[in-house]
Structure formats: structure tokens, C-alpha cells
Design a binder for this molecule. Structure first.
Ligand code: ZN
Length: 152
């Protein structure tokens, strides 16, 4: 009798389990150091990051994309990055793209399409629709980190 009851509980728990709609979970090994860079800086704000996201490299058409999907009342998110772009991008440009997608997926930020920029022509936010170059990221790294997390 107890065994049947226990089996019933197990079935009901698994029957209500959410279906993870992501094509992958976790972080692709090639992206770990870049994701960790942003996680570390997010922690400075005392907020940390949401658990359970995914970063993966695909053959997609966009160089980076933040995906959302809700399933059984829970929202899942994951980022895909285009492999051919990633393979040829400079380190700082990779960081700026991962930060940008982190902004969409982790911080729920949209694009910031203003005309404001630095005197050297660099944009005033990683959340511009186009990826911030390595030259600009290197020149204004601390600013971009603080701007992304709303610490300005
Ligand atoms: Zn974007």
C-alpha cells in the first residue's frame, strides 16, 4: 500500500514537471569565460544572475540572439551566437556581444538607439542594435559595464 502511494506521488511530481523548451542548457565551453566576465560584474551590484540560462553557439543568421519561451508558467531564456562570427571576432568584441545579449536576457533591456556617443565616436551603450567594436569596448570598458547594470 505504501509503495503504491509513493509511486503515485512520484508520478504526480513528474507529471507536473515543466518541460524545458531550450535546445540546450548551460553554457557552451567556448563561451564560459565570457559569460563569467559578466556574471562577476553583475555580482558587484549585489544582484547576481538568474539561474538556468543557456549560452550556445549555432549556425544561426543573427550574430547574437536572446530567446525567451514560457512553459507551464515558467520563463526560460537562452542566447545563441553565430559560430562563423564568433570564430573570427576579436576578444573584446566577443565580450561586448555577450554583454549585449546578457542585457537582453538577464536584465530585460531592449535596444538603446540614441545618437549619444563619446567624442571618439563610440556609442554610449552596449545596448545599441549593432555590436560595439573592440576598439570602443577597450576604450570605455568600465563605463559600458556600469551602464549595462544601471550603475551610472
Ligand atoms: Zn540586441
Amino acid at each position: 500500500m505504501n509503495r503504491i502511494f509513493l509511486l503515485g506521488i512520484i508520478l504526480s511530481v513528474t507529471g507536473c514537471a515543466t518541460h524545458d523548451p531550450r535546445p540546450f542548457s548551460g553554457v557552451d565551453p567556448a563561451l564560459i569565460s565570457y559569460v563569467r566576465y559578466w556574471e562577476d560584474r553583475a555580482d558587484w551590484n549585489g544582484g547576481g544572475v538568474r539561474a538556468g540560462y543557456g549560452f550556445g553557439i549555432t549556425k544561426g543568421t543573427s550574430i547574437g540572439y536572446c530567446h525567451y519561451r514560457s512553459s507551464y508558467g515558467k520563463t526560460y531564456w537562452w542566447v545563441t551566437i553565430k559560430k562563423s562570427w564568433w570564430d573570427t571576432a576579436e576578444e573584446s568584441t566577443r565580450l561586448s556581444l555577450v554583454g549585449h545579449e546578457f542585457g537582453h536576457c538577464e536584465l530585460s533591456r531592449g535596444h538603446k538607439d540614441s545618437d549619444s556617443e563619446f567624442s571618439d565616436g563610440c556609442p554610449d551603450s552596449l545596448m545599441r542594435a549593432s555590436v560595439v567594436s573592440s576598439r570602443c569596448f577597450d576604450a570605455h570598458e568600465d563605463y559600458y559595464v556600469d551602464e549595462l547594470f544601471g550603475r551610472l
